[in-house]
Design a protein around this ligand. Structure first.
Ligand SMILES: [Zn+2]
Ligand SMILES: [Zn+2]
Ligand SMILES: [Zn+2]
Length: 277
């Protein structure tokens, strides 16, 4: 399996859209891996996770054809993970000759509400044939046409009303655990994971060395989560750990995060980072 990180920042991007803090100014000056757009990932070039406002830039920068994608998994309704106003451009007169005529979006009730809200903004007949929304529930697995089994798990994130999701993605004996905007997981999620071997674990590292509150993680909680996953039999020396979803409040530049995690065997994501596992 392969995962490509198209965007690796928290909600404001890094540099933040309007921000002139020291960490953002430094990122502007250094450029390269320090420039982070809003979070989105692509599995095996066919399974898209989240659709942020930077989706268009990701398509251009990585020479992708989003018109060929049939499946979009959405973690939650926050704007940096779901920006449906771009998805309604999949019909005439905004779009012709779609290679893959139907895109199925999987998400929770809040994502579904945002989706329907966006649909009201568009006045083109074809859109209903071009998009399909599928509501999903935590801990209820489903399979998709590309041959993956997907299990949404509960994150510890967002408002109390929203079941923010993280995902187990399985195919051909490999399992990806994709978890950003998570906080330390609710007990039901730890219990679900117990004894299941994970090949790649993608952590929320929003706070880096700063506090991330209880609904995000930082390096400290990434270490706690790694330890518990090893204790639960989910991870061993064959498991790849990636840290992702960085906020400017976390202060450290990409190379400094590498230095800070030398002992941890964490891979540090950046926009365009691709890993096979
Ligand atoms: Zn986020
Ligand atoms: Zn800033
Ligand atoms: Zn969020």
């Amino acid at each position: 399996m392969n995962i490509k990180y198209l965007g690796t920042a928290a909600a404001e991007g890094w540099p933040g859209i309007f921000c002139h803090c020291e960490a953002c100014e430094k990122a502007r000056k250094l450029g390269g891996k320090n420039i982070r757009s809003r979070s989105q990932s692509l599995v095996d070039d066919c399974l898209l996770i989240d659709y942020p406002p930077d989706g268009y830039w990701h398509m251009i920068r990585n020479n992708l054809s989003f018109g060929k994608i049939a499946t979009l998994l959405v973690t939650h309704s926050h704007q940096d993970h779901f920006y449906p106003l771009d998805l309604i451009l999949r019909a005439e007169p905004y779009c012709y000759k779609l290679p893959t005529p139907l895109l199925t979006i999987y998400g929770n009730r809040h994502v579904e509400e945002e989706y329907h809200h966006a649909l009201k903004e568009v006045d083109c007949n074809g859109i209903a044939q071009s998009l399909h929304f599928q509501r999903i529930e935590p801990f209820k697995s489903f399979t998709i046409s590309e041959g993956y089994t997907i299990t949404p798990l509960l994150a510890n994130h967002g408002s109390a009303e929203e079941d923010c999701l993280i995902y187990l993605i399985e195919k051909d004996g490999k399992t990806l655990f994709y978890a950003n905007d998570s906080g330390l997981y609710p007990e039901a999620t730890w219990e679900y994971l117990r004894g299941r071997h994970l090949d790649l674990i993608s952590f929320d590292c929003t706070g880096v060395i700063a506090s991330a509150g209880s609904t995000h993680m930082n390096l400290e909680t990434n270490r706690v989560a790694k330890k518990r996953l090893i204790e639960l039999g989910c991870a061993d020396e064959h498991t790849t750990f990636v840290i992702n979803h960085f906020s400017h409040n976390g202060i450290l530049m990409h190379d400094e995060i590498l230095d800070a995690t030398k002992e941890d065997a964490f891979l540090v994501s950046y926009d365009g980072f691709s890993v096979d596992f």
